[in-house]
Design a protein around this ligand. Structure first.
Ligand code: GDP
Length: 313
């Protein structure tokens, strides 16, 4: 079994590739919930929904957010009524979020509701939130403390970042099944997601961090940074904000306690010596995944590496 740690854009692209090559029961996904937020009374779990929709084959691949072909009547009507939402939530997507909210109000746990949503959407892969407890990613900036969406969507990542913290993470237990998925996996892949705000919250959950470091030999991180830039999104500005270099070496620094192996782009060979000095093994592939063919190709390369290259414990 392969276990993937995921945010909501880079890792789900690679997940599409794995889903083509592996049986559903051979895959498990542990998903960031640090960006969960309330919108118009709904419990929104952006990364969980992206992973769910990706595996259900209905994700909007233009945005990696919401359902392909969705309509926005409710969002537009709310706007007309003066209720401007921070996120543009589609009508069908809103139904998922409403269902989750109702179930949580009925005292179900987030992991239970996620499993139900998987069943209802025909997803047989084991998708788990990192924790059932609330963890909040806080971006500390010169303009004050912001949530991820305030920082990125409302303010366009224009504020100088001073640091990032994860409220509630120290008291958060891994969700049911998460530790088992790490222990039982033949390899754990840290997907090419934002190391600070997508993977950072997952690693901030102590039980997960400890399990990864115990199993470090079979953990492979896939870099979301190619050269000195992220492929998309605010990972660069956030990495700088937490004192990391924006490069595959900076990614390796973030993951050095959690992963023994890192996969970097084949054009980034110059970074290998510095990464090896950190005690990581370096592997190379074409990490850019603009389309399905590229995603399957990268997933295949990762599987080959797991079968042939990585020293599995
Ligand atoms: P978020 O939850 O929407 O912030 O999404 P993620 O954290 O999962 O994904 C954002 C990260 O994905 C960024 O740091 C990007 O650099 C990375 N990313 C997006 N597309 C690709 C790709 O094709 N290849 C690689 N290696 N990284 C990618």
């Amino acid at each position: 079994m392969l276990t993937l740690l995921s945010g909501g854009t880079g890792a789900p692209k690679l997940l599409q590739g794995f889903a083509r090559l592996l049986k559903p029961e051979e895959l498990a996904v542990i998903v960031n919930t640090g960006e969960d937020l309330a919108v118009s009374g709904l419990h929104v779990s952006p990364d969980l929904d992206t992973v769910l929709y990706t595996l259900a084959g209905i994700i909007n691949e233009d945005t990696w957010y919401g359902i392909r072909g969705d309509t926005f009547f409710c969002h537009e009507m709310l706007k007309r009524l003066g209720q401007v939402e921070l996120l543009r939530i589609g009508d069908r997507d809103r139904a998922t979020k409403l269902y989750r909210t109702l179930m949580l109000e009925g005292r179900k746990r987030l992991s239970e509701v996620t499993r139900e949503l998987c069943d209802k959407l025909g997803v047989r892969v084991n998708v788990m939130p990192m924790s059932d407890k609330r963890v909040r990613t806080v971006i500390h900036t010169e303009a004050g403390a912001l949530t991820f969406h305030e920082f990125w969507i409302a303010r366009g990542a224009s504020d100088k970042v001073l640091g990032v913290s994860f409220e509630g993470a120290e008291n958060a237990n891994p969700a049911p099944g998460v530790l088992e998925a790490i222990e039982a996996a033949s390899a754990v892949i840290i997907g090419p997601s934002n190391p600070v705000t997508s993977i950072g919250p997952i690693l901030a959950v102590r039980g997960i961090r400890d399990a990864l470091s115990r199993n470090r030999d079979k953990v492979l991180a896939v870099s979301p940074i190619i050269g000195t830039k992220p492929v998309s999104g605010p990972a660069g500005i956030l990495m700088r904000g937490v004192g990391r270099e924006v490069s595959p070496s900076g990614v390796a620094q973030v993951y050095r306690d959690a992963a023994r192996n890192i996969l970097i782009d084949q054009s980034d060979k110059e970074f290998a010596p510095a990464i090896m000095e950190l005690g990581l093994k370096v592997w190379f592939a074409n990490l850019l995944m603009p389309d399905h063919a590229a995603r399957v190709k990268l997933a295949r390369a990762v599987l080959q590496l797991i079968r042939a290259g990585i020293e599995l414990s």
